[in-house]
Write a protein that binds this ligand. Structure first.
Ligand SMILES: [Fe+2]
Length: 235
């Protein structure tokens, strides 16, 4: 005690977190069947449309990007159904208006052969975006998300060298892709993909994904689903 006043030892001291950036991770239990099925669809799509389109991919390095409406093809239902379920789970987890649903607005495939990458980008016009890994040989390129708080990134405190910072102090996060895993992240979150440096050869060397955008849309009353239990989500 100093001059009759207390100090922090006597005070309540708590840490509260606001404005978190959420990334949902789903491991698809049927990926052993789903992935070969999707791989066939994508390879056939690429045969029909070998040029594809240019977005975050480097066409000159062999990166292929399909058109953006794969979700309209009923053959992709095993994946689009899963994405729709995930959208409902996220809506419920975050307490969204149940009269609105997260629905797919665009869905596309990207294949990156060795040497190819994806530029850093965001997905304007959507609420949540995602990626499903269909083929991901070792070294095929991590996806990197960047802290959206530029003000935080530009003036970092010092941390002990050689020690991993605690997660709340990270300014980027890398995920190593694994076939059968889906990541769903806010569409405003900047991300890019490292070059494919795999030592695999032939068709097995390709990094193959399907990506998608979801936005909230008013649902017909018959489509409004029963609320899921919050406990079903382990975010
Ligand atoms: Fe993206």
């Amino acid at each position: 005690m100093t001059n009759g006043f207390g100090n922090l030892e006597d005070d309540s001291f708590s840490r509260q977190m606001y404005f978190p950036t959420l990334i949902y991770r789903i491991e698809c239990s049927d990926s052993a069947n789903l992935n070969p099925y999707l791989l066939n669809l994508i390879r056939s799509e690429r045969q029909q449309d070998s040029d594809g389109i240019v977005r975050s991919n480097y066409r000159g390095l062999g990166g292929w990007h399909s058109h953006n409406h794969l979700y309209k093809d009923p053959a992709y239902a095993p994946l689009t159904d899963r994405i729709a379920q995930a959208g409902r789970r996220i809506s419920d987890n975050l307490g969204y208006d149940q009269n609105y649903g997260l629905t797919i607005g665009t869905m596309w495939s990207i294949t990156n052969p060795p040497g190819s990458a994806n530029k850093v980008h965001i997905h304007p016009g959507s609420h949540w975006s995602g990626v499903y890994y269909i083929q991901a040989p070792e070294g095929c390129g991590n996806i990197e998300f960047t802290d959206p708080r530029t003000a935080h990134v530009m003036n970092l405190p010092s941390f002990p060298k050689g020690q991993k910072r605690s997660r709340e102090n990270w300014t980027k996060v890398n995920f190593t892709p694994r076939a059968g895993v889906m990541l769903i992240f806010p569409s405003w979150l900047y991300h890019g993909v490292d070059p494919n440096l795999t030592t695999a050869t032939g068709a097995d060397a390709e990094r193959v994904i399907i990506s998608f955008n979801m936005a909230q849309n008013k649902m017909a009353p018959s489509h409004t689903t029963k609320s899921l239990q919050q406990s079903e989500v382990s975010a």
